[in-house]
Design a protein around this ligand. Structure first.
Ligand SMILES: C[S@@+](CC[C@H](N)C(=O)[O-])C[C@H]1O[C@@H](n2cnc3c(N)ncnc32)[C@H](O)[C@@H]1O
Length: 207
């Protein structure tokens, strides 16, 4: 089902996800990077391969034309989504605040057949959403700053297509941080919803 070049990029991104770490300016000032205290650094926090396969299947089945991904990191989930969305000529817009992460994500995609299916945006999610006004959004994948999910949902509600799909990661691993967004979806837009019991837990709902 997946050609060798795609599997090779996935392997590369999985290795990076295990090994890369960034330090914020205040962590550097404290010297965390000199002690190589990786627990304190920012990591890629990529989804698992199983979750990637699940997202891929969802995109193949539901055929969203426009996907918006909040939280690119180094682009592992983006690879899965792009590979699937390309098959029906759709497009994914992916947003990330850390420039080094966006740069790595772009490297994975460039020079592959996926590059025309992905647009990368670097900056604060809310600023990019206000500026770009993506619409109509057929699929929204939320994998970023959980405390702001409800704000993003309220902002994006007018731009969702009539049959939009909302996906929220980490609803089982971080229920206390994601329940507001899950409840908001159930109350305001969900015709049907489900939780896939992956390690992190994926909430899925359709408007
Ligand atoms: C869990 S990681 C995303 C992982 C990625 N979806 C994957 O599975 O490969 C969350 C990312 O969201 C980014 N992020 C968090 N809050 C953000 C914000 N307000 N604006 C832009 N990016 C943000 C973080 O820098 C981090 O790289």
């Amino acid at each position: 089902m997946f050609d060798d070049s795609f599997l090779h990029i996935l392997d590369q991104a999985e290795d990076q996800a295990k090994n890369l770490v960034w330090y914020s300016p205040s962590q550097i000032e404290r010297g965390d990077h000199l002690n190589d205290d990786r627990t304190k650094g920012m990591r890629p926090w990529s989804i698992s391969r199983k979750t990637g396969e699940l997202l891929h299947n969802l995109v193949i089945t539901e055929k969203p034309k426009i996907i918006v991904e909040l939280g690119t990191s180094i682009g592992y989930s983006t690879l899965w989504l792009a590979h699937a969305v390309q098959q029906h000529n759709g497009h994914i817009h992916t947003l990330e605040r850390i420039p080094e992460k966006t740069a790595i994500a772009k490297e994975h995609i460039q020079n592959t057949s996926l590059q025309d299916s992905v647009s990368f945006y670097n900056g604060e999610i809310i600023d990019i959403l206000r500026e770009q006004k993506f619409q109509p959004i057929d699929m929204l994948f939320m994998d970023a700053d959980k405390s702001n999910y409800v704000m993003y949902l309220e902002f994006l509600r007018p731009y969702l297509s009539p049959y939009a799909i909302i996906i929220i990661d980490n609803v089982l691993s971080h229920p206390e941080k994601t329940e507001h967004a899950v409840n908001w979806c159930k109350e305001h837009i969900a015709q049907e919803s489900n939780i896939f019991p992956t390690e992190s837990g994926i909430f899925f709902c359709k408007t």
